[in-house]
Design a protein around this ligand. Sequence first.
Ligand SMILES: [Zn+2]
Length: 503
Amino acid sequence: MNFTRLLSTINYKKIPPSIFRSYSTMSIEKKLQSVFSKVDELKPVFIERLANAVAIPSVSGDESLRKEVFKMSEFLVKELESLGAYDIQVKPLGKQPPPVTDENLELPPIVLARVGKDETKKTIMIYGHYDVQPALKDDGWDTYPFKLVEVNDKLYGRGSTDDKGPVIAWLNVLQAHKELSLELPVNIIFCFEGMEESGSLGLEELVGREADKYFKGVDTCCISDNYWLGTKKPVLTYGLRGCNYYQIIVSGPGADLHSGIFGGVIHEPMTDLIRVMSQLVDVKGKILIPGIDEMVAPVTETEEKLYDDIEFDVNELNAASGSNTAIYQSKNDILMHRWRYPSLSLHGIEGAFSGGGAKTVIPAKVIGKFSIRTVPDIDSKKMDQYVFDYVNAKFKELGTPNSYKVELIHDGAYWKSDPFNDSFTAAKKATKVVWGVEPDLTREGGSIPITLTFEQQLKTNVLLLPLGKGDDGAHSINEKIDVKNYIEGAKTMAAYLHYYGEI
Ligand SMILES: [Zn+2]
């Protein structure tokens, strides 16, 4: 506790004398009680802060709204300044690379800021993004997407849960501590980016450049940019699948042909392609390319136990998919196949006839797209080779004179952390004290590439601490965050900082 600063900033009359004696010797639980009451008291202020953020349509994918993305970065800088952050740096990332309509389009900056500079304390890097997905009222929203509207204890608006709600919640944590004149138990480095919804352009380079500078001394990273698995139980997330995306290009005839003239007398590229694509995965989701399943890490007993505790059933999958098409019926099978086993999906065929009606074309060139979601311990390069060898062998079996080629389009690595490390332990305690339950430890079937960037570049671990519920509708119409999740989420974040600070 910094008493000089405390004495100079507080209004004596408003604060009971007991507080002066107490903070330095107070237990974490006692300190948290003050923080929690303060968060409750400030609820209207916090909702207003989120409303102000949502009101800025910072859509990174829409070039015409780029100035709004910049405006959002300025909003954050102002808030950070007023809440006591220092060394605030707005890092320009240069021009956006093609394809762009405006060649001079500047990338939105990365906002870096520090809170606290006590070398005896640990340092947490907190990442969030201030850009949002596009949204138009005409897309089917019940209300104007860039006005935060409260209905039945839910806050609707684009960015409310992804990711302005969590970003603003961190600022709320700062305000609660500031108003209590309670020192934060850790040093914080904030890293807020404005291109997450558009491929995080420039972020990886920036993190690499600043790893030994601005980010020097980071002990752990915390990202709040995903969601609870369901709607009832808080979760902490310790793994994400990777994704390798491939294409198979098949071409033969010099131009598209008519089936009345050439049908039955030439080798058709599409027939070849479909024959090969149909041999990549079976209808039960089993990958037919040899070598891939063999690289998957076996399930351990400790891991299996984590799945047993999770609240989830097949009905939630059916509700989410809007169908009764589940391959597996048991919770563990569903979750393991979503999170810890690889999957292969067929996505589409470029160049194929896809309109209505009955066009009798024979496409001259078709490109089949598929991807494999990867998991520990798949070696990505080895897997690529298995894919190439298999596809080439299948084409050889066809004996087709058409030319074919299989290639990797992009490759995103998987991530898995140790859910029993200090950061997770602190977050578990925080969840328990705020929500009264142990969080489920989850993984996700999708990817958040930046997670791995931070882990590798800063040589530390990452915790995913989601605030919102599984039904928040990030990226969808009527995106929302429950008031409860927004407010208790800020408390969870605060408690996490305190518990991590004491480990
Ligand atoms: Zn997000």
